[in-house]
Structure formats: structure tokens, C-alpha cells
Design a protein around this ligand. Structure first.
Ligand code: ATP
Ligand code: MG
Length: 612
């Protein structure tokens, strides 16, 4: 491919609204173009990488007998009402009216009514396709003999993200591979789950990026029903903790935190109400330092407690207040609280409401004496005594809190965020190390949630009707390509992993005005293409060598071959490795051999560096 004909415009400057490296580099390299917030066009170079990654995904899924199909992007509300998600999926679901619903709405308005427009929404853009696939399978699969079945698509998704950002990483429109499996029983669904888990490991290994499968939160069901796959990168949105001694790796939302007991060796005292007064001091650490009496010149932070008041909503729409108590130096993990309660939704009680309810300003609210609040207490406080806690009176704290005595009926559980260097709860030996990750894929055992709600059943060997057991498996195709850039770049530009590089070899012709030089460059291009390599030939005229090299580094194809009049005087051209910057000289006829050797070396390095 001749670069003079390629749709591309490189930029020297970092675009103003690009906030992560992959977005900056992909925009500067002319790969993506913003159309609207969170909505991008994939220009030819990006599209090549996307297609290549899709091909890897398809090849690996084919090995497990997965079948590809394609579902629509525009989905009817009815299916979503059937599963119940029409009500529970938040504002990320872009809902709208079609022509007929609009006419109905207009007619009602014409009659002088003021109906709520939202009630007329009868379609949405698919953020995920459990409903549609379940509808397909229930209409087409009847017998256990047809199971298990694994179906997938590679398709455009739309999620009206609250904060679309980071280019392709968190777009509103993006490409996802979403797969769904259907099984006759639980054991088979487990096998299907692990088959996909293994397929994902193969896929991301082939991609040539550093990644980890990570145990993730599966909502209130609990258990090890879901893994996320994360590309490791400092800019990742997710925090991951990984034991340095065993295999336990999990999203911090899920990581089990060891109980760190405090105060257990002291004799319990009575509850001294309003004992400490720290007027106007809100910060936890400052409050602890200011807690002084005859025996204490400030309290150790481990002896203080903090309190969170939530309003939780259950699937049936009912609500309840929940109070969570933690040690002062620990961080709350709301996901753990939500799962413990089994809530469908949970929010911190808005400050003004909380102030009225407890009678105290923030920083001085506490668990003692609150009516109709379900109390949950982090297990680090279990068996501990003599904590301080907010007195529900502004500026004051109680002293002597004994959760067992003062919070009768409370539940103890792991509610805090695990932290780096905590002792691993799995092996008890290692300590957690922290990483940042970009979630590029997720495997999820769904069970019968959708098949039950939507009557997706089959007849078993006895002729009895049962709901199918399901799994779902997603890979963010476009996010993964961006994540690969996020992990592989230097000051000069992108360093594409070979398997998804838009082109593998960049032939840079320094003197395209010279027939001879251009001829040699074109011959190399042809030889390499005939040998199966993908080549972009920079044959553009009127650019300095420096400008061409800058562009080549920015585009970041794994290998660059420089062809110039100077080198050709000695009969030589140059091959440069984008990552190592190593250069070798060779005769133009040897291009295929040299590039093959370099490719083998790069693939070898990739195998040892990728994966774990
Ligand atoms: P996140 O937590 O990042 O919002 P998710 O867990 O909601 O993602 P899933 O429903 O698991 O996403 O979707 C499967 C995959 O689709 C994700 O692993 C991710 O790679 C990709 N993905 C999800 N949301 C986006 C987005 N807004 N832009 C690009 N890719 C996305
Ligand atoms: Mg996910």
C-alpha cells in the first residue's frame, strides 16, 4: 500500500481533548476521528488493527465450536420488559420512540393530555444482547440433544456512558464480541465457562499484551462466577490486587480483606457518651489526634470507627436504611455492602437527609441509637471494644463502643477495601501487590436468570421441561486495541504488538523523486507482500527524512525499512526494529529473509513477555 494514497493525516500536537496516551497517539497517528462525544470513526489504520484482533478472536472461538451470528443493534422494549431489565438498566440504555409510538404520543398530546414521553419509548440501542439471544434460542432449540450451544457476534454496542472518555476505551458506541452459551445443566455450564476462560487466555496471549484474568464481583450471587480479563497499564481504571505467593488475583471490588483486629486485649469500658469534643474538625486523622482526655493525648486511628449511612433498594422496589461501621483507618467497599444486603441498588443517603436523620453534621454521625437502621460491621471490629464513634451530635464522639454490646443484632462481614500488603486470605502467606488494569473482557456464569424470566426451556432425556443454564462472555474489541497501545508506546509514538499492527513493515523511501530509489523501495514492497507481509510504503514526496521518520515512529509498525540514495550507493538498505531501535543493513534482495528473521525474533519476545 502506498502511503501517498492512504487516508491519513498525522498531527504533531497532542489534541486538546485527548486525556490518555492511547487516545492521543491514535488521534495523532490519524487512526481515529471523533464524531461526537464517545463516538468515533475508525479510519483505515485503526480498522486494520480492529479487524486483525477480531480475526484472532474468531479463530480461537472456532476451536471451541462457537457459532457466529449477528443480531440487530436496535432492540424492542418488549424483550427487555420480559427479562425485567427495562426497569433496572439505568440511563446507559438509550431508549427512544419509533414512528408509530411518536404518532401515538402526538395524538395524546393533541387531545390535550400531557403523557410522560418515556412511557412511549418502545425501542433501545443494544448495550448487550442477553434478551435477544435468549429469544432466538427459545424459538429454535427444543431438545437436550441440541445442547450445549455457544453463539457469538461481533457487533456495535451503544451505552450512553455518564462520562465517555479515553477515546476508544470508554466510548458510547464501541465494538464488542459478545457470546452466550446454553446448557442442559449446571455442570455443563461450568465446563462451558472454563472453556471460554481458556479461550480468552489464548486470545489475549496471542495479542501479545501483558494481561491477567481477575476474579471479579458477580453481584449478590457471590462465588467465583465471573472473571474479568485485564490488560495491565498504569492508566487503567480498575485496581487489581494479586498475591505475590499464590495465584489469587482479583478486582479490588471483590478482593477479600483479612480481619485486622484492634482493641481486643483491653477490658471493655462502658459507653462514655459525648466523651470527645473536636469542634469543627471533620477529617478522620485530625479528629483522632484531637481526641484528648486525662488518659489520652489523641487516639490511635485503629481505635476509631467510621460510619456510612446508605439507602438500599431491593428488586421488589422496597427500600431500607443500612449503616456500615468500619475501623477509622479502613476504606469502605460499597460493593461488598451491597452484596451482603442483597440490594439491587444502593446510594449514600444524601447529606441533608442524613443530617436530619442522625441529628449531626458529617464527621459526627455514628451507629449508636439509630432506629430502623440495619447495622453491618466490618469484621475487623468483631470482638474489639472501646472504639470511638460519632455521637450523632455535631462536634462530639462517644468513647467505649463495643459493637457486640452497643449494636445488638448487627452483622459482621468483610466490608472494607483490601489494600496493598494485606496478607492474602487464600494462602495466608503472601501479600497483595497492586496493579492497574483495563478491563478488556469478562466471562460470566449467568445461571437461569434469563432463561427462567423468558421461558427459554428444553426437553431433557425424560421429556421434562427445564430452563437452560446460561453463560455470557464479552470482549471489548475496540477497547482492547486501545489498551494494547496504552501498554505499548514510547516518547516517539505507538509500538504495535506484531499480531495487531495495522501494517507489519513500513518501507520508508527517502528519495521518491529518484526513479532508482523509488524502484528499489517498490520492489521491496512487492517482494514482502508476495511473501505475505503487510507493507505500507511511504512514497510521499517533498518531505524531509526527519519528517518521515517521525511519522513512522508515531505510527509504530514493528519494522521499518529505510531506502535512500545514500545507502544505495553502497547497495544497502536499513531495517530498524521499532521497539529495540536496533538497526541492521542488508541488500535489497534479502528483504524477505531479513524481515522473516526479525518477525520470528519479535514473536519469540512477545511470547515470553506476554501473558503472565
Ligand atoms: P466497564 O466496567 O468498564 O464499564 P462493563 O463491565 O460494564 O465495563 P461488560 O458488560 O462486561 O462491560 O462488557 C464486555 C466488555 O465490553 C468489557 O469487558 C469491555 O472490554 C467492553 N466495554 C464495556 N463498556 C465499554 C465502553 N464504554 N467502551 C468500550 N468498551 C467497552
Ligand atoms: Mg465487565
Amino acid at each position: 500500500m502506498k502511503q501517498s494514497k492512504l487516508l491519513i493525516q498525522t498531527l504533531r500536537e497532542v489534541p486538546r481533548d485527548a486525556d490518555v496516551v492511547s487516545q492521543q497517539l491514535m488521534m495523532r497517528a490519524g487512526m481515529i476521528q471523533k464524531v461526537a462525544s464517545g463516538i468515533y470513526s475508525y479510519l483505515p489504520l485503526a480498522f486494520r488493527s480492529i479487524r486483525k484482533f477480531e480475526a484472532i478472536v474468531r479463530e480461537e472461538l472456532a476451536k471451541d465450536g462457537c457459532q457466529e451470528l449477528l443480531m440487530p443493534a436496535v432492540l424492542p422494549a418488549e424483550l427487555w420488559q420480559e427479562s425485567g431489565r427495562w426497569k433496572f438498566y439505568g440511563d446507559e440504555l438509550l431508549r427512544f420512540c419509533d414512528r408509530k409510538a411518536k404518532a401515538d404520543l402526538a395524538e395524546r398530546r393533541r387531545r390535550g393530555e400531557t403523557p410522560d414521553e418515556r412511557e412511549f419509548y418502545n425501542f433501545c440501542l443494544g448495550p448487550t444482547h442477553e434478551e435477544v439471544i435468549t429469544d432466538i434460542v427459545r424459538k429454535n432449540v427444543r431438545s437436550y440433544k441440541q445442547l450445549p450451544m455457544n453463539l457469538f457476534q461481533v457487533q456495535t454496542k451503544f451505552r450512553d456512558e455518564r462520562r465517555p472518555r479515553f477515546g476508544l476505551m470508554r466510548g458510547r458506541e464501541f465494538t464488542m464480541k459478545d457470546g452466550y452459551s446454553f446448557h442442559a445443566d449446571d455442570a455443563c455450564a461450568d465446563r462451558g465457562y472454563w472453556a471460554m476462560y481458556n479461550a480468552y487466555n489464548r486470545i489475549f496471549s496471542r495479542l501479545g499484551v501483558k494481561f491477567r484474568p481477575v476474579e471479579a464481583d458477580s453481584g449478590a450471587i457471590g462465588g467465583s462466577f465471573t472473571h474479568e480479563f485485564h490488560v495491565l497499564a498504569g492508566s487503567g481504571e480498575d485496581a487489581i490486587l494479586s498475591c505475590d505467593a499464590c495465584d489469587y488475583t482479583s478486582n479490588i471490588e471483590k478482593t477479600e480483606a483479612p480481619a485486622l483486629r484492634a482493641g481486643v486485649n483491653e477490658a471493655p469500658m462502658g459507653l462514655r457518651k459525648d466523651h470527645f469534643c473536636t469542634p469543627g474538625v471533620v477529617g478522620q486523622v485530625e479528629q483522632a489526634a484531637g481526641m484528648k482526655d486525662a488518659e489520652h493525648d489523641g487516639m490511635p486511628i485503629t481505635q476509631t470507627s467510621k460510619f456510612f449511612l446508605y439507602r438500599v433498594t431491593f428488586a421488589d422496589g422496597s427500600t431500607r436504611l443500612v449503616g456500615a461501621v468500619l475501623r477509622g483507618d479502613h476504606e469502605i467497599n460499597p460493593v461488598k455492602v451491597k452484596n451482603l444486603i442483597g440490594a439491587a441498588d444502593m446510594e449514600l443517603l444524601p447529606l441533608d437527609e442524613a443530617e436530619v436523620f442522625t441529628g449531626a453534621k458529617t464527621g459526627f454521625m455514628g451507629p449508636v441509637g439509630l432506629k430502623d437502621v440495619q447495622m453491618v460491621v466490618d469484621r475487623s471490629l468483631e470482638g474489639g471494644v472501646n472504639f470511638t464513634c460519632g455521637a450523632n451530635r455535631t462536634d462530639y464522639h462517644h468513647f467505649g463502643l463495643d459493637p457486640a454490646r452497643d449494636l445488638p443484632g448487627c452483622t459482621y462481614a468483610d466490608l472494607r477495601m483490601a489494600a496493598e500488603n494485606d496478607v492474602c486470605t487464600r494462602c495466608g502467606k503472601g501479600r497483595y501487590q497492586a496493579f492497574r488494569g483495563i478491563e478488556v473482557g469478562q466471562v460470566f456464569k449467568l445461571g437461569i436468570k434469563y432463561s427462567k424470566a423468558m421461558s427459554c426451556t428444553f426437553l431433557d432425556e425424560q421429556g421434562k421441561e427445564n430452563p437452560m443454564v446460561m453463560g455470557c462472555y464479552g470482549i471489548g474489541i475496540t477497547r482492547t486495541v486501545a489498551a494494547a497501545v496504552e501498554q505499548n508506546y514510547d516518547a516517539d509514538g505507538i509500538i504495535w504488538p506484531w499480531p495487531i499492527a495495522p501494517y507489519q513493515v513500513h518501507v520508508v523511501c527517502l528519495d521518491p523523486g529518484s526513479k532508482e530509489v523509488l524502484g528499489v523501495a517498490s520492489l521491496i514492497e512487492k517482494d514482502l507482500e508476495d511473501a505475505g507481509f503487510e507493507v505500507l510504503h511511504d512514497d510521499r514526496e517533498g518531505l524531509s527524512p526527519g519528517a518521515k521518520f517521525k511519522d513512522a515512529d508515531l505510527l509504530g509498525f514493528p519494522l521499518r525499512i529505510t531506502v535512500g540514495a545514500k545507502g544505495l550507493k553502497e547497495g544497502m538498505v536499513e531495517l530498524r526494529d521499532r521497539r529495540t531501535k536496533q538497526v541492521v543493513k542488508f541488500r535489497p534482495e534479502a528483504a524477505v529473509g531479513e524481515v522473516s528473521v526479525a518477525r520470528d525474533r519479535i514473536m519469540q519476545e512477545l511470547e515470553t513477555a506476554g501473558g503472565r
